[in-house]
Ligand binder design. Structure first.
Ligand code: 13P
Length: 298
């Protein structure tokens, strides 16, 4: 009964079709943007831009964002958007426990990120292996994480050096062992990146990206995309990155636009002042799709 319900929410062959989108990006020398949302204005701004630019797109929710929007509501919206634009993937960002991972898989998320980076290596390995087993049994694509990505998706006053520590970096040899023993479909790496926008831009270690790619052969994911310079995105893609996560830049654009919309409103109609937010988010997404070279790749 429960299994039947799950199958009606996600299509069969889902994982393979997501792998195909990633493979196409890797072979085509571009990256797929993963954009976080927690309101309809955000998801519309993201998705309409992807349609207009004929780009594959990942719409993602962190745990907090999912709790706010609703886990099943996210899946319902995804089903509508995917019917409109097939290269759309709904992704659960940073699930940190097996319970949370099961919750999103059971709700019908076709793609998940299991983030065991806060655990010691062997526990991360063991938990990720169990997460992979559950995800694959439900035809769900799964991203693992090795080397913690510090910071949160907001504006930080400090230098990125205050959080970009050597101990968080992903070690290529360990990454090889991790992907072989867990069977993840993709891997989030720390190569000098951090979540959020910092006083200075991150210094990415491109040789490390290349080495991890060579040793693992997996699709690599760059978290903490906000604040990274366009030239560095291009180099990261050329060295092995296939998916790039963006959140903070949209959050800031959204907030400023709503403030402006409220300040300039002539009546109390929500869609009038919220309309500004929609366009502000679309602009961030448009710029990233150009930088990631995913335009006209749908
Ligand atoms: P930013 O907030 O730095 O864009 O990072 C987003 C992210 O990596 C979500 O997982």
């Amino acid at each position: 009964m429960f299994f039947k319900k799950r199958c009606s929410l996600a299509e069969k062959g889902n994982r393979e079709s997501i792998i195909k989108l990633y493979r196409k990006a890797w072979l085509g020398g571009y990256a797929i943007g993963a954009f976080n949302f927690s309101t309809m204005d955000l998801v519309h701004g993201i998705h309409e831009t992807a349609i207009a630019m004929k780009a594959p797109v990942i719409i993602a929710t962190s745990q907090g964002e999912r709790n706010f929007f609703g886990c099943e509501e996210s899946v319902a919206v995804y089903n509508v958007l995917k019917a409109r634009h097939p290269p759309t993937i709904l992704h659960a960002d940073h699930t940190k426990t097996l319970e949370e991972l099961k919750k999103v898989v059971d709700a019908g998320y076709p793609s998940v990120h299991f983030d065991g980076s806060g655990l010691d290596y062997l526990t991360n390995l063991e938990q990720t292996r169990k997460a992979v087993e559950y995800a694959h049994a439900h035809d769900v694509f799964i991203e693992g994480e090795l080397g913690g990505i510090p910071g949160g998706s907001s504006l930080h006053k400090e230098s990125i050096k205050s959080v970009a520590k050597e101990e968080y970096l992903t070690h290529p040899e360990q990454a090889k062992d991790f992907v072989n023993r867990t069977g993840v479909d993709s891997l989030a790496v720390n190569v000098g990146n951090a979540h959020g926008i910092w006083k200075d831009a991150p210094k990415l270690d491109f040789k490390r990206i290349q080495k991890i790619k060579e040793l693992t052969g997996k699709f690599l994911v760059l978290h903490g995309g906000s604040g990274i310079r366009p030239i560095d995105f291009r180099r990261a893609i050329a060295h092995g990155i296939t998916k790039i996560n963006i959140n903070t830049e949209m959050r800031i654009a959204f907030e400023k636009a709503i403030e402006q919309g409220l300040a300039e409103r002539t009546d109390d109609t929500p869609y009038k002042y919220l309309g500004h937010a929609h366009e502000a988010v679309a602009k961030v997404v448009r710029d990233k799709i150009v930088i990631f070279k995913s335009e006209k790749k749908a």
